[in-house]
Design a protein around this ligand. Sequence first.
Ligand code: AMP
Length: 208
Amino acid sequence: MDLILLGYPGAGKGTQAEMLKAIGFKHISTGDIIRDEIKRGTLLGKQVESNIAKGNLVPDSLIIDILINAISGKTNILFDGFPRTLAQGEALLKYFEKRGKEEPKVILLKISEEEVLKRLTSRRICSKCGNIENIHDAGYKGVCSKCGGTLYTRADDELSSAKHRLEVFKKETEPLLEFYSKQAGYLTIDGKRSAEEVFTSIRQAIEV
Ligand code: AMP
């Protein structure tokens, strides 16, 4: 089964993706792919660097190609951060239809706007293993709790960029939620609870 996780930035998609990986899903994060391109200084990375820093979306034509390339030949895909626009959702649907594959199940992780800003500005990422931490978590030590690596703040998690990403989501992604809400099997899960509780709800929803 393929699964699409939707939600505001900071809704917990990356954290859930890590947990879903442990039960066999292949995590495809378009954000991670792009950040890697930027880190390696590739042509693509240079093309999209300013979009990301400002909290804007990468153009549909580019991101759809990146995504299709990344999922080709894979099964049990977990889509994290894609689709984000109606055009991307339609392109993905076409991709599945063309191959006679069952459409992915779609789950929306719901949290409030206030919670988004709180989570994004307090989120820290491990520079070594990519683990996601939060400065408000009990037991936060200022270094990665998994590998001891140095933690950093994503540039687009700074308050002004985070606020802008929220607005971009409302403008670009909400029409996509409308589109999915008409599909059978579309599910909304309360993302405000602990990561473990959210994970249990997702597992119940997908029956694995
Ligand atoms: P994320 O890690 O999913 O929060 O993505 C970080 C940034 O990468 C976004 O703010 C966009 O600039 C870009 N990005 C990631 N996925 C997409 C997408 N599906 N469409 C357009 N831009 C994207």
